[in-house]
Design a binder for this molecule. Structure first.
Ligand SMILES: Cc1cc2nc3c(=O)[nH]c(=O)nc-3n(C[C@H](O)[C@H](O)[C@H](O)COP(=O)(O)OP(=O)(O)OC[C@H]3O[C@@H](n4cnc5c(N)ncnc54)[C@H](O)[C@@H]3O)c2cc1C
Length: 311
């Protein structure tokens, strides 16, 4: 089997779920060679290569792309995958430019052939599926998040080290400072997201959503109307121009379910819509719906959850 590189993003050595999903696809296409910048525990999925260089102590897209390109030139894999995250797409776009090869972003399916990969990929924020042929000596693709099951990262594999040669100029794009804007559970990691739209009516109206989110160990999200109105910060916005979430439960309160919102939460395992319009797209697409004014409904839900928790 020919090697397929998978660039693994990680946080302090723990691979991101989306990267483990990319490894799953890699395993369907060839012999996985996972590649990480710095040490990362990817488990015993095949070969693992750690890229090491003082310039790569934090995210530096141009330098990472150059390092990956040098590895690709040395090893000639049949394909290179990364997660379809902002960083994965950014690094792979640089790699494609450096190698002068095409890149298929956000693929949901790959049917490998002798010369080409026939891919299905999402476009326009997930509202359109495109069928395409990727014909290149090295096929470059990023993997749409939450389409494939994540590969189990337990166990450990021997790591090979690779030290690229990086010109100083590549340092011009790199993370220089980190500012923490939220602590604890974040929108992307929360198992429950309680999200509000125009129907919430005011910034104060979000109090009851915050209470329910706290009781369920979740986070509060919102629609773009809410951020446009200045009721919540943009960091809370879910959707095409906000954050993409995939919680176990997404509670959409007073959100109509416009496509630009839907693409940001359609990967949720369960969707509960609370809306006074039974015809709202969010209601018709949700797994569960409660029709009525969201305020008394949420108050009743909070009371019930508290009672069941003995609070
Ligand atoms: C390029 C582009 C990008 C965009 N990106 C995003 C994005 O990232 N995220 C996003 O959310 N939107 C985005 N939008 C905007 C999107 O098209 C919608 O306008 C927006 O999602 C609507 O927000 P909403 O559902 O809160 O408001 P509305 O569409 O006004 O819906 C409000 C809902 O609340 C219900 N309601 C009202 N009062 C109550 C009540 N008391 N109790 C219960 N239900 C009630 C109504 O029945 C209605 O269904 C984008 C648009 C464009 C053009």
């Amino acid at each position: 089997m020919t090697p397929v590189f998978v660039l693994v993003e990680h946080q302090a050595g723990v691979p991101l779920e989306t990267s483990l999903q990319a490894i799953t696809l890699g395993g369907m296409l060839g012999e996985v060679v996972s590649v990480s910048v710095g040490a990362c525990q990817v488990g015993s999925v095949g070969r693992h290569i750690e890229i090491e260089h003082p310039m790569l102590s934090d995210y530096a897209p141009e330098a990472i792309a150059e390092a990956l390109t040098q590895l690709i030139r040395a090893d000639s894999p049949s394909g290179v995958l990364a997660a379809g995250t902002e960083r994965g797409n950014e690094v792979m776009a640089h790699v494609a430019a450096l190698l002068d090869l095409p890149l298929a972003t956000n693929v949901t399916e790959v049917r490998p052939g002798d010369e080409s990969w026939e891919v299905t990929r999402t476009r326009w924020g997930g509202s359109l599926l495109e069928e395409a042929f990727l014909t290149a000596p090295v096929k470059l693709a990023t993997v749409a998040p939450h389409v494939f099951e994540a590969t189990n990262s337990s166990g450990s594999a021997e790591s090979e080290r690779f030290t690229p040669e990086l010109a100083e100029i590549l340092e011009r794009t790199r993370v220089v400072e980190r500012v923490t804007i939220s602590e604890g559970i974040t929108l992307t990691t929360a198992p429950v997201v309680v999200s509000g739209g125009r129907g919430v009516g005011s910034p104060e109206g979000f109090g009851i959503l915050e209470e329910l989110a706290a009781l369920l160990g979740g986070a509060v999200g919102c629609s773009r109307v809410v951020t446009n109105n200045g009721w919540r910060p943009h960091s809370d916005q879910v959707g095409q121009t906000g954050t993409r979430v995939a919680p176990n439960l997404y509670v959409a309160c007073g959100i109509s379910g416009a496509i630009q919102h839907w693409v940001g939460m359609m990967a949720s395992k369960n969707v509960l819509a609370i809306n006074n319009d039974p015809e709202a797209p969010m209601v018709t697409k949700a797994d569960y719906a409660v029709i009525g004014d969201l305020h008394p409904i949420l108050e009743a839900v909070v009371e019930e959850v508290k009672a069941r928790k003995g609070l």
